[in-house]
Design a protein. Sequence first.
Length: 83
Amino acid sequence: MESYKRSHGKWDYIDFDSEERSELKRKFGVCAGAEVAALNMAGKRNYGIPTLVLIDCETENILSFDGVQDVMSGNLLQKWGLA
């Protein structure tokens, strides 16, 4: 964990094996194909890995399910309605 903190700074994170992580996967329909059965998501999976879901921290509204593409294409604040 110390290596992570040194290389990534003060970002929040969720432990890999936490139930909260599984709940977020179910909520947003994002998981690896191999996890679908274990997470009881058959027919509910919307996005695979990698997926970057951007969420407004005040309203909890989803700004984008295409965060990876958004980051690569630029103009982020405008795309996410924050400009």
